[in-house]
Design a protein around this ligand. Structure first.
Ligand SMILES: *[C@@H]1O[C@H](CO)[C@@H](O)[C@H](O)[C@H]1NC(C)=O
Ligand SMILES: *[C@@H]1O[C@H](CO)[C@@H](O)[C@H](O)[C@H]1NC(C)=O
Ligand SMILES: *[C@@H]1O[C@H](CO)[C@@H](O)[C@H](O)[C@H]1NC(C)=O
Length: 909
């Protein structure tokens, strides 16, 4: 009960969640850009699909252009396969058929229609004897020689592969009778299924011709009803072998197709007949085996049915589209850097690893969506680039590309600091790669004179490997369109001349290298998180020992503290001695904290903070005053963890800022000098985001956001749901303060919170701060004395790296103001008497003004007592008419100027 749990740092998951939701909302606001991102590929794909289909018709006849060439130095050898019609078109006994010995049409449903062969000849018994030998039974599953393999692929993809032997396509072996569901494994990895080969005798070849014609093309019902083949053995006898093979090159819709059919599928039919004849003659041990088929080594030049400039444009457009997300993603990341939002998030506890991991994941999801959208749109459009090539291979290639692209985006983001620059460089890169690949990369790849090693070097140029990949996919798509091959699949990666593997390797290597460079530049160049490291920061562990020596050996800056500063130092030392710091009543204790910037270019080291000791009580608002360049910013930077102190440390709620900064972030709030807000996020979304970073969730989060909005007066009138870009300066400032207060931080840093506000807004802001300071410590810097007096319980004047005085405003004025200003107006003639009286009261009184009967005197405070002054006035009134008199204390401004001058004078000596 009533126990306050220690502030817990938001887990990685919570941070990731917060960041992710914020990104989603941010992206949702970027509708037009995202829509453009998705629509562009759609439009291009649709346009090209249309062009491709149009041009296919127009240029079907003339094919004089070459799309590409590929060298086949060692053609693969393939077992010969027989062509059979597919199950649903194999010949069955429809009632219009002249013979009734065909299988029942129901086999089409059960999927086991036999492949039917028609036979004839002059000697029936001899022919049927040969038929028995045609489909040799399997004796040994390891010895498949002589087995009749069959496929429904009529157009073999010779040269590179035969689709019949693709692991995914059905391949059969023919038998006179099949055992149920019998199949054997085939070396290429696919399952070899048994299929019945039905052999039917007919009286004459004219009967066969008539039957074949009636079965398919000649029937009124347009039923597909195809025989596998027919043999007319003519006058074959024991001395004479004479055969006519009747066959159809099914799907022979092109010259090339029928030609390929002829050279690969037909010889098996002839071999089947001859082998059977030989076995009838010589007995089953004599075999005439047809082992494999293979083409001559060659260069294939593909005639383009679609003009190649079309492919060329598609390739260029594809590369440009694929590189387009760079601009979009980079501007998202650089925006947060340009607007210093990354510093802001860091100050509220977001760690770098979470930030980068989520940014990466986020970019990955956006890019993958984009790519998938592109691939699927391409697939539906029927564009051969997408339909002919293997989808999984394309997805993997583009996955590589997407990762490459993200690391490129990170590298770009680490090098530039404004969104404009990022966009310009991103677009310029996209165009450069597109044009260079047109004029350089494509010529190198296609040129026969350039060695493959040189091409690899060319491809190392960022973006060219993408071009190479697209080029390869397109080449295979063009082959496939022309009947040579079935597009690129996994097995084609090892094809001679296929550059995809090299391209993917280059992409992978560049991905790693660019990520490393990006993380290096992010630390060295980028001001993204406010820290810059030296270009050789990784050597620093060697230097560290040296630094420590220096740190301990000298008290670099002797302090001649004034009494109140010395007192504060003593208090801190006392607090530090108390063992359990968490139990003290002080939220923040700075223990002799120093910041020394190392000397550069021969300049001596610059001490920005020279040993500051300060203890902040709970519910205390401490105001830090000081001229510009006094070191306030350095001090605050150390306190909020942007820089590390050179020596000394500070404890926030007992947590050491040098070692436990991550925990400190959780109980700390910062309102920076400038409003660091996302223009397109609403006030409410900002608070939700930072609330989640502070480990709030569920109803607690909702309540905290609502309270915060009410507190800063942004709750009503729907202001909370307006984009922060539309807020007035005062509203932005109040939102920033609300952000710094969300999650109930124990200490809040407000850096000049009211700068640039009109008096009404300023008053509103002040009341927020006043309410907020009731249960937390606030450290506030300001240039407004009025603000300091209104808000702060204690003030410190910070000059030249050191605190010069500490105390509450009244004390300070009393101590440093040093004099009262006494004014008295009398009738003329009495002024000499007034001056006498004043000088009598205080010898060092200094007359600063005299006009008519009015005189002003500075009275050193330590020489006069207020009572004496009042006495003097009473005295004067009794002697002559006093028209008016006044006694004024010095203002805080006088104190500030005086302390600053003294300090500067001291340091000049
Ligand atoms: C037909 O062939 C068989 C078997 O080879 C043979 O015995 C027979 O004499 C042949 N008939 C004719 C008429 O040639
Ligand atoms: C086929 O031959 C058989 C007997 O040899 C005969 O009965 C039949 O009429 C013949 N059919 C045709 C169509 O010639
Ligand atoms: C093959 O048969 C045809 C038709 O009967 C015949 O004209 C031809 O001479 C035969 N060829 C041989 C080599 O027997």
């Amino acid at each position: 009960m009533g126990e306050v749990s220690a502030p817990r740092r938001a887990a990685f998951g919570t941070q990731a969640d917060a960041l992710f939701r914020k990104n989603l909302v941010y992206q949702k606001r970027n509708k037009s850009q995202n829509l453009f991102l998705l629509i562009t590929p759609l439009v291009v794909v649709a346009l090209f699909a249309y062009l491709e289909s149009k041009l296919k018709e127009v240029s079907a006849a003339k094919s004089d252009q070459e799309v590409g060439a590929t060298e086949i130095k060692e053609p693969v050898s393939w077992p010969p396969a027989l062509y059979i019609p597919s199950n649903t078109s194999r010949a069955v006994g429809f009632n219009f058929m002249p013979f009734s010995d065909l299988p029942s049409p129901s086999c089409r449903i059960s999927g086991d229609c036999p492949a039917t062969f028609l036979l004839t000849g002059t000697n029936r018994s001899l022919v049927m004897g040969m038929a028995e030998q045609m489909f040799p039974p399997i004796e040994n599953p390891n010895d498949l020689d002589g087995l009749v393999l069959a496929t429904s692929f009529s157009i073999p993809q010779n040269y590179l592969s035969d689709p019949a032997f693709d692991p995914n396509s059905p391949l059969y072996y023919l038998q006179s009778k099949c055992k149920a569901n019998s199949s054997i494994p085939f070396p290429s990895g696919q399952e070899l299924k048994c299929l019945e080969g039905l052999q039917l005798w007919r009286n004459s070849s004219s009967a066969i011709n008539k039957e074949i014609y009636t079965a398919s093309d000649g029937n009124k019902h347009k039923e597909a009803n195809k025989f596998a083949a027919a043999f007319d053995f003519l006058n074959t006898n024991r001395a004479n072998f004479n055969v006519t093979v009747i066959t159809r090159p099914s799907a022979a819709d092109s010259l090339i197709a029928s030609m390929r059919y002829t050279i690969t599928r037909l010889p098996r039919l002839v071999n089947m007949a001859s082998n059977a004849y030989l076995q009838v003659l010589q007995g089953p041990d004599t075999k005439m085996l047809f082992e494999f088929m293979k083409e001559v080594p060659t260069i294939i030049r593909i005639d383009a049915r679609i003009p190649s400039h079309m492919d060329f444009f598609l390739r260029t457009a594809t590369v440009a589209i694929l590189l387009y997300p760079i601009t979009v993603l980079a501007s998202g990341i650089v925006y947060e850097k340009e607007k210093n939002l990354r510093i802001m998030m860091k100050m509220h506890g977001l760690n770098d690893i979470a930030y980068w991991a989520i940014s990466y994941l986020y970019c990955l999801i956006v890019s993958l969506l984009f790519i998938q959208f592109y691939l699927i749109a391409g697939k539906f459009s029927g564009l051969s680039f997408f339909t002919k090539n293997d989808y999984s291979l394309q997805s993997v290639f583009f996955f590589f590309h997407v990762n490459w692209q993200i690391s490129f985006v990170f590298l770009l983001a680490s090098l530039v600091s404004t969104v404009k620059t990022a966009q310009v460089i991103g677009s310029a890169f996209m165009m450069l790669v597109t044009f260079l690949s047109v004029f350089v990369a494509s010529r190198c790849i296609e040129s026969a004179d350039i060695s493959s090693t040189l091409i690899v070097f060319v491809e190392v140029f960022p973006g060219f490997s993408l071009y190479r990949g697209v080029y390869e996919f397109q080449k295979y798509a063009a082959f496939a369109r022309n009947g040579a091959g079935f597009g690129m699949g996994w097995k084609n990666l090892s094809d001679p001349g296929n550059g995809l593997t090299t391209a993917m390797t280059i992409i992978l290597v560049e991905w790693v290298v660019m990520l490393l460079l990006a993380s290096y530049f992010d630390q060295v160049i980028s001001s993204g998180d406010g820290k810059k490291k030296s270009p050789l920061f990784f050597l620093q562990c060697l230097k560290r020992n040296q630094q420590n020596l220096q740190r301990n050996s000298s008290q670099l800056f002797p302090t001649n503290d004034s009494s109140d500063v010395a007192q504060e130092r003593k208090k801190v030392e006392q607090l530090m001695r108390e063992a359990n710091q968490a139990s003290t009543s002080h939220t923040a204790i700075c223990d002799n904290i120093k910041k020394i910037y190392p000397g550069r270019d021969g300049n001596p080291p610059k001490a920005a903070v020279k040993g500051l000791s300060l203890a902040l009580a709970r519910s205390e608002c401490f105001g830090m005053l000081g001229p510009n360049g006094a070191g306030k910013t350095s001090f605050i930077s150390m306190m909020i963890g942007l820089t590390e102190p050179t020596s000394g440390t500070a404890y926030i709620e007992g947590l050491d800022i040098t070692t436990q900064m991550d925990e400190v972030h959780t109980c700390m709030g910062v309102c920076p000098q400038f409003d660091l807000l996302w223009d397109t996020l609403t006030g409410r979304e900002h608070l939700y985001f930072y609330g989640r970073l502070k480990n709030l969730s569920g109803s607690r989060l909702a309540q905290a956001v609502e309270d915060a909005l009410k507190e800063v007066n942004l709750f009503h009138g729907g202001i909370a749901d307006k984009h922060s870009g539309k807020y007035s300066g005062g509203m932005k400032r109040r939102l920033s303060v609300a952000i710094s207060l969300i999650g109930d931080p124990k200490i809040v840093y407000l850096d000049e919170p009211s700068t640039g506000l009109d008096p009404a807004s300023r008053n509103a802001l002040w009341s927020v701060v006043k309410r907020a300071k009731q249960n937390r410590a606030i450290l506030l810097t300001t240039h407004s004395m009025e603000e300091a007096e209104a808000l702060c319980d204690r003030l410190g004047v910070f000059v030249d790296g050191a605190l010069r005085c500490v105390g509450n405003p009244k004390e300070l004025k009393a101590r440093y103001g040093g004099y009262f200003i006494f004014t008295m107006t009398t009738t003329q003639g009495n002024d000499a008497e007034v001056e006498d009286m004043v000088l009598k009261l205080c010898r060092n009184a200094n007359k600063t003004y005299h006009l008519g009967g009015t005189q002003k005197f500075d009275l050193p405070k330590h020489e006069v007592r207020l009572a004496d002054i009042f006495q003097l006035v009473e005295n004067a009134k009794s002697r002559f008419p006093v028209q008016a008199w006044a006694l004024a204390d010095t203002t805080l401004e006088d104190v500030f100027i005086k302390v600053t001058r003294q300090a500067q004078a001291a340091s000049d000596e």
